[in-house]
Write a protein that binds this ligand. Structure first.
Ligand code: GLN
Length: 388
């Protein structure tokens, strides 16, 4: 056989999603892949059923059903302070995953560089390869996961096409501050680079943290690209409804890529997403409150077990160092440890190296998610206590 596409040899299948399969084999507790184990809100499911019955069963307009684009424009104005025209600035995609790769495919030419904050959500590695971008990584330093502004400035150069960022952040739980986003967007404007921001955890915030969309800052009207989805906000990760918000010229390119990748996201689920976007404000406060309780439950047990975790400010992950346990159980790396952990405790995590371009940086770390019911987290805590 002739060699397949060279990029497919350069990355593995998702470590996160592979851990879910390993977890299923062990009938373990899945604190690896970040999806809730509670169901989508009843009224959102009802809206999907209604849409199916009302005949929304053929293709939607390829860039999204008008009801959803109008609801998105309204919500983006109100929450994100981004003014966007539903006719020319919104592309509905099959999840934020498609949104990110469609955006990068629309932007990147051979030789272009993108800047990625590290550690990063693992998809951005393959996304950069498949789009043909050369990634440059800028470190987020624990415990507060700040970047060094000089290091960021030094990563920009005439080849920089975009910064790819994620706030609130997976896997660190960092919420980029307004000041940090001002630094990033000032550099984007200086170097005429886009800022592609994955904001999928935008409502999952703790301790008064505020979400800032880079595209909402002055001067970012043409350079800001906002990627998001209904997965996390409406607990519907299996629906695969996401979106990309960008300037009309950029949107025109994103829509073409999207059209030939997937034609469109599931039409009835897009209609249901439009209904979800009209839930009252109390819904979002309740969601954040629920996650705050989950965060405490996982954080407390990790602390009790001597993991030395950092308290996340947003999203629903804790990435933590585990050198003492790796030594105790004779594990040579994070993968061996994740397997050992599931065997000993029934708890599935994600090996830390999958969040780094240089795997050695994450070799002594694992990531846990806490988007699970009280009873699931209690069972996970009981399992983890077996390590004592
Ligand atoms: N964002 C989630 C995680 O990091 C799930 C990602 C996925 O599998 N699409 O675990």
């Amino acid at each position: 056989m002739k060699p397949l596409n060279k990029h497919t040899y350069a990355f593995s299948e998702s470590v996160i999603r592979n851990m879910t399969r390993i977890c299923l084999q062990h009938q373990g507790i899945n604190l690896s892949q970040g999806f809730p184990d509670w169901d989508t809100p009843e009224e959102v499911k009802e809206a999907a059923v209604k849409a199916l019955r009302d005949g929304y069963n053929q293709y939607a307009i390829t860039w999204g059903t008008p009801n959803l684009r109008r609801a998105l424009a309204q919500r983006l104005g109100a929450y994100n302070h981004i003014a966007c025209d539903p006719e020319t600035q919104i592309t509905v995609t099959c999840g934020a995953t498609e949104g990110m790769i469609a955006a990068l495919k629309a932007l990147i030419n051979p030789g272009d560089e993108i800047i990625i904050f590290e550690p990063f959500y693992e998809n951005y590695g393959p996304d950069s390869l498949l789009s043909g971008a050369t990634p440059r990584y800028v470190t987020l330093y624990p415990p507060h996961w700040r970047f060094d502004p000089d290091e960021l400035a030094a990563a920009f150069n005439p080849k920089t096409k975009a910064v790819v960022m994620n706030t609130p952040n997976n896997p660190t739980g960092k919420v980029f501050s307004l000041e940090e986003i001002e630094q990033i967007t000032a550099l984007c404007q200086k170097w005429d680079a886009f800022c592609v921001c994955d904001e999928i955890y935008e409502y999952i915030l703790y301790d008064g943290a505020a979400h800032v969309s880079p595209a909402s800052l002055p001067g970012m009207e043409k350079l800001g690209i906002t990627v998001n989805s209904m997965s996390k906000t409406y607990s519907a990760t299996g629906w695969r409804v996401g979106w990309v918000i960008a300037a009309p010229e950029v949107t025109a390119a994103v829509r073409k890529v999207h059209d030939f990748l997937t034609v469109g996201a599931a039409h009835p689920l897009q209609e249901a997403c439009a209904a979800a976007l009209k839930l009252p404000e109390s819904y979002y406060a309740a969601l954040a409150g629920r996650y705050a309780a989950c965060r405490k439950q996982l954080f407390d047990v990790l602390q009790e077990m001597g993991f030395n975790p950092n308290l996340p400010k947003g999203a629903y992950y804790i990435i933590t160092e585990v050198p003492h346990l790796m030594e105790k159980y004779g594990c040579r790396d994070d993968f061996e440890f994740a397997i050992k952990l599931i065997e000993l405790t029934g708890v599935a995590s994600v090996p830390g190296s999958s969040f780094y371009s240089r795997p050695e940086l994450g070799r002594k770390q694992v990531r846990f998610c806490f988007c699970k019911k009280t009873e699931t987290l209690a069972a996970a805590a009981a399992g983890l206590r077996r390590l004592k």
